[in-house]
Write a protein that binds this ligand. Sequence first.
Ligand SMILES: Nc1ncnc2c1ncn2[C@@H]1O[C@H](COP(=O)(O)OP(=O)(O)OP(=O)(O)O)[C@@H](O)[C@H]1O
Ligand SMILES: [Mg+2]
Length: 235
Amino acid sequence: MLEVSQLTVNYGAITALHDVSLRVDKGEIVTLIGGNGAGKTTTLRAISGMVKPKAGEIRYEGRAITGLPAHKLVGMGLAHSPEGRMVFANLTVRENLQMGAYLQRDQAVIAREEEFVFTMFPRLKEREAQLAGTLSGGEQQMLAIGRALMSQPRCLLLDEPSLGIAPLLVKLIFEKIVELNRVRGLTILLVEQNANLALEISHRGYVLETGRIILADQAATLRADPKVREAYLGG
Ligand SMILES: Nc1ncnc2c1ncn2[C@@H]1O[C@H](COP(=O)(O)OP(=O)(O)OP(=O)(O)O)[C@@H](O)[C@H]1O
Ligand SMILES: [Mg+2]
């Protein structure tokens, strides 16, 4: 469904990604793990058209999408829930969700998707008229995921959905990710600091270190790997 080949991304003189190759098959959850600054966010940003790669190719559903602008990709069913939530603080919960469906003209489809998001995250429904900037961190995270879902993606890029969130809510968010994958058939590329939980719900994973993929394997194999355990899973 998604194939990244030999991707290189520079920020000025800094090379953030060197020759990164990875793939996500239809129906999979694939996790990208790595330390701070390893290039995880950059990988997702390059895929969703937010940064321009220096070299390499990205293919989505068989088509080359390298360098296409983000809004084109959203229209093709590829959505990105960015790191740090990035909700529109001065818009309400509902307005934020509607922004996620900005390419959709059919009000009935928008209403149905909104209903789906509210069923998934009832807490957002309770706060539909609240300004997003006044939501708690966990609620903003739900909103960021919900907003990405409003474009009816087939493939979802999720950057640190559990960042800064209390353990009980982390569990809920991971359950929702699994539900999106198993029930809605969404293909997911997940970036997580919480590598243990992420690998637990993933089919496969990649380990990124200073801009290079150093390991790629089945999630269970990565979880059992002593080097991965020591570096990323807390021993
Ligand atoms: N806009 C930018 N300008 C310059 N350098 C950048 C920019 N964005 C990222 N970088 C650098 O690129 C490298 C990779 O950053 P990236 O955000 O992809 O890492 P990450 O793996 O997502 O890290 P984290 O776990 O901390 O979110 C880092 O060294 C970072 O400082
Ligand atoms: Mg990041």
